[in-house]
Design a binder for this molecule. Structure first.
Ligand SMILES: Nc1ncnc2c1ncn2[C@@H]1O[C@H](COP(=O)(O)OP(=O)(O)OP(=O)(O)O)[C@@H](O)[C@H]1O
Ligand SMILES: [Zn+2]
Length: 693
């Protein structure tokens, strides 16, 4: 067994919004399972998290809601802490980055790096928003990603391809405050010259070695983490500003840095250290033990945080000189929701705190489902129908059914006292072998961060139990061979006892219920695999139903809630837009827009209309028909240039007679202030009849 000490961190969630199921499935739940397991294995572990309360995402939100940044972080720190508590995520501490401890820790860290020559100070041209009199970095500026072309990359990162960026890398940048193109102004910042670190980083990530000394096992790192890091390093690392011109954050603690704060991605990971300090103090331990010496530092994060945890933070830690580097960065891919990405801004999310308000008794159902679909190696998807099927077909029909049968029969035949084990048949032996083998498989998987597979192994044991009872049919055999039934139920109850241990990290409330059914008041993880967990004669209790089935009405209701909150938010965003750009015409509702049948058509012929010098009579192929449309474009276009042109046609305008010719629809045109006209047509060639919407 691995006899190691661990410091496990989970990404500090931004205190600018609540948690959705993506955050939970990708980061907090797997971290919690891993730590519960480590604690059962009696490792010395600290499980560290807190809210990330600095950075542009917070100040932007504050601006939007018209309140102070402090108000925002207080509100969301509260919502986040409560949701974690109610979902039974057991951090040793859930701290904040606005504490005094953190301010001091981050400033000391910065000063140490400055002293060690880790930074270069440079005066450069940075984007500036003249309307708002502020430099634009991070989420204050957006533009096209130079790496993948994503249209809405931020000043520090493209959320689509994960690349780390600088504002000056963005193509066609705009200020997210004013929507305008920013100007360049001079300012001075502290930079981390990342390019200096390429060689050792490559060696450390790829081979797990630092200065020839083994640090970690790269085989235990997820492929996508190593792959992403190496591709960034091979692409060439760039110097990166570690300070910002902002008024919300940790002041840069050196002279000549007035009005500058630490970059949030410098400040946030140091938050893991500050939180460790606050926790250690509260339990009378020495915090340094958790960041030095023979200890594994593990960062659970989502894939968009890889560069910060596997490249930038290791550089900072190494330059600081006193601390260990991460042993692993088990980053997950992303969880999607009902076919689309989770999106806080579009309100396309199942919010953890809201789920828990609606279903406070269904914590384990959600934990089990999210682990089953955990996006460990690739993006995955949450749907309510899948949730229903996992609860009904796996939790209720396999685990619940098995446990219930074993206990109910034991109560019926033996008044709840565990019967004796008699002579073993091959079918019993097979089950006993599985009981013995499964725990070490589960452990191996968990030590390798394969949390989804580990849970599925444990469920495998419940399946074996369920099948064992279905095949041995003790309720029938009892009539002919009651002695045999004693053995069967003895074995089944030992399986149940093993499940009560092995499920504990994954679905702890259920595991506790199981232990209560079995009167297992104390338990030790190392007993898993034993077939003498329940000595003969142990009194068991009457079981209650472990999992209620989820009916279709539940699924429909949840889907309705999802659609309703999205629709509500769509309206809200319209309002937001209206506040900025006053519309020139009255608003239409989306349904009004949908009424318009607009299609791509082709002009087949054109001729002048007598006594009307502006009008042309066009014959247009719309894909559905060939129709006559009268259009006021005679002064702007020659007939020859019109033939064969693809145009957009508003089809369902009622027919109208113009100078004796019936027009059936309208050709859509753009017209500028000078009266210049141009056809509206798809940018790329489209088939005739294609719909415009
Ligand atoms: N859909 C998702 N699936 C898996 N992990 C996610 C998902 N969305 C965010 N995460 C991870 O959750 C952690 C906390 O997220 P954070 O508070 O930084 O918000 P975020 O990344 O801005 O998410 P969002 O934009 O959805 O609010 C991060 O490590 C992030 O990578
Ligand atoms: Zn990109």
């Amino acid at each position: 067994m691995e006899n190691k000490k661990y410091t496990v961190t989970a990404a500090l969630p931004y205190a600018n919004g609540p948690l959705h199921l993506g955050h939970v499935a990708g980061v907090y739940l797997p971290a919690d399972i891993f730590v519960r397991f480590l604690k059962h294995k009696k490792h010395d572990v600290a499980f560290i998290c807190g809210s990330d309360e600095h950075g542009a995402a917070i100040t932007l939100r504050a601006k939007k809601e018209g309140v102070s940044p402090q108000k925002i972080v207080d509100k969301y720190h509260g919502i986040l802490s409560n949701a974690f508590k109610n979902f039974d995520i057991q951090f040793d501490i859930f701290d904040r980055t606005t504490t005094q401890t953190h301010k001091e820790t981050a400033q000391d860290f910065f000063k140490q790096l400055e002293k060690n020559g880790a930074f270069t100070q440079k005066t450069t041209q940075q984007y500036y928003d003249e309307d708002n009199e502020q430099f634009l970095a991070d989420r204050y500026i957006s533009g096209e990603c130079p790496k993948c072309g994503h249209a809405e990359a931020y000043g520090d990162q493209c959320e689509k391809c994960g690349s780390a960026l600088s504002p000056t890398d963005l193509i066609n940048p705009v200020s997210t405050l004013s929507g305008k193109t920013p100007v360049l102004r001079e300012t001075s910042h502290w930079f981390l010259p990342m390019e200096r670190h390429e060689d050792w980083l490559r060696e450390w990530i790829k081979n797990g070695e630092l200065n020839g000394v083994k640090q970690h096992d790269p085989k235990k790192w997820r492929n996508q983490v190593i792959g992403q890091c190496l591709s960034w390093i091979d692409g060439g690392l760039q110097p990166r500003a570690m300070t910002r011109d902002l008024d919300w954050g940790i002041p840069v603690p050196v002279e000549g840095a007035d009005g500058k704060v630490l970059y949030v991605w410098l400040d946030a990971p140091i938050g893991y250290i500050s939180a460790t300090k606050d926790w250690a103090k509260s339990v009378n331990k020495n915090w340094k033990d958790y960041w030095t010496g023979d200890r594994k530092l593990v960062h659970f994060i989502g894939k968009d945080n890889i560069v910060f945890h596997a490249i930038i933070f290791p550089i900072l830690l190494k330059e600081h000189g006193e601390f260990i580097l991460p042993d692993n960065v088990p980053a997950s891919e992303f969880l999607n929701l009902e076919g689309s990405k989770f999106s806080t801004s579009r309100n396309w999310a199942v919010w953890l705190h809201e789920y828990l308000e609606r279903h406070p008794e269904k914590v384990d159902e959600l934990k089990y489902t999210l682990t089953s679909i955990s996006p460990e190696g690739r993006d995955s998807e949450f749907t309510w129908v899948d949730f229903q099927s996992r609860v009904n077909n796996e939790l209720a029909d396999v685990l619940g059914n098995f446990v219930n049968r074993a206990l109910v029969l034991n109560n019926k035949y033996y008044n709840g006292a565990v019967p004796a084990l008699g002579e073993l048949k091959a079918e019993d032996q097979k089950v006993i072998d599985a009981i013995k083998e499964i725990p070490s498989k589960v452990e191996e998987l968990l030590y390798n961060y394969k949390i989804r597979e580990a849970q599925s192994e444990v469920m495998g044991l419940a399946r074996i139990g369920n099948r064992y009872l279905a095949e041995t049919e003790p309720w029938k055999v009892v009539k002919t061979d009651p002695k045999r039934v004693e053995t069967i139920l003895h074995v089944a109850l030992q399986i149940t006892a093993n499940l009560a241990i092995l499920f504990d990290p994954f679905i702890p409330a259920t595991a506790t219920k199981l232990r209560n059914f079995l009167n297992m008041n104390e338990f030790d993880w190392s007993q898993a695999g034993s077939i003498t967990l329940l000595p003969t004669g142990t009194q068991t209790n009457k079981p209650s139903i472990l999992f209620q089935k989820i009916d279709d009405a539940f699924v429909d209701k949840e889907k309705e809630i999802l659609m309703a909150s999205k629709a509500e938010n769509d309206v809200a965003t319209e309002e937001d837009i209206e506040a900025v750009i006053a519309p020139q015409k009255e608003n239409v509702v989306f349904e009004d827009f949908l009424k318009m049948d607009i299609r791509v058509g082709k002009i087949l012929s054109a001729k002048k209309i007598k006594k009307a010098d502006k009008l042309l009579e066009l014959l247009v192929d719309t894909g559905l028909d060939q129709r006559t449309i009268v259009s006021g474009i005679a002064k702007q276009f020659e007939i020859d240039e019109l033939i064969g042109k693809k145009v957009s046609v508003l089809m369902n305008l009622p027919p109208r007679k113009l100078r004796g010719v019936t027009s059936n629809g309208m050709i859509l045109m753009a017209e500028d202030a000078k009266g210049n006209l141009n056809f509206i047509a798809p940018g790329k060639d489209m088939e005739i009849g294609a719909e415009v919407r």
